[in-house]
Design a protein around this ligand. Structure first.
Ligand code: ZN
Ligand code: ZN
Length: 216
């Protein structure tokens, strides 16, 4: 539908047709109305889909327009009859409309990606706060869980012997114990792994106030 063969001299022979604004408006409305299906194409993009959205809307609305403006050429005439002066002029108008639609497409996509990125950030935030816990012992690596065994790259290894123990459970236990200690003592408590009755446990201890509690 687009060929920019028209020269300024040619354009002077024709006045801007009254349907131009109607056509543009309808195309834009069509794109906005179908925003959801339009954006869905970008979620599961096929390259051909992405390219054809604007063209598709323009063809659809052009055919609607031709019902009330019967002298207008068909889409294929617009595309192939490029030697014709009038068609060349019509193409330049269609091209202007296409530009506006590309703008609209851009802003729809920008909106979509802003929303999408926001969602993604929220999900990541949640994942991190739910399941990421820096090892209290080395204060550097994340704690990992494997079949009830809590592990850290620093060498920490505590077998909880319970499948139900999760990182967020440990996090909760840690926060509770810390709150209990900090209620009555201003010193910073430390963490140690101790063998108690044949099993390793992660303990929170404070020498200043003789506090000791099992985290896991
Ligand atoms: Zn560690
Ligand atoms: Zn203390």
């Amino acid at each position: 539908m687009s060929s920019m063969n028209s020269t300024r001299k040619d354009q002077h022979k024709f006045t801007t047709p009254p349907w131009k604004e109607t056509y543009k408006k309808r195309c834009l409305e069509n794109m906005r109305k179908n925003r959801v299906s339009f954006l869905n194409r970008f979620r599961m993009p096929k390259r051909s889909d992405v390219i054809s959205v604007v063209q598709e809307v323009m063809t659809e609305e052009w055919n609607v327009l031709r019902k009330s403006h019967t002298t207008l050429p068909s889409c294929s005439e617009l595309m192939f009859d490029t030697d014709n002066e009038e068609i060349t002029y019509l193409n330049s108008i269609v091209e202007e409309v296409e530009l506006s639609l590309r703008e609209e497409e851009k802003s729809l996509l920008e909106l979509y990606f802003t929303d999408y990125e926001k969602d993604l950030c929220n999900t990541i935030d949640q994942l991190l706060s739910d399941s990421d816990l820096i090892c209290p012992l080395c204060q550097r690596n994340p704690l990992m869980m494997n079949k009830g065994v809590v592990l850290c790259a620093c060498g920490l290894r505590v077998n909880t012997e319970q499948d139900a123990v999760t990182i967020s459970y440990i996090k909760q236990s840690l926060e509770q114990t810390m709150a209990t200690h900090n209620n009555s003592c201003e010193e910073t408590a430390n963490f140690v792994v101790e063998d108690m009755f044949g099993t390793n446990h992660l303990l929170m201890v404070c020498e200043a106030c003789d506090f000791m509690d099992i985290i896991i």
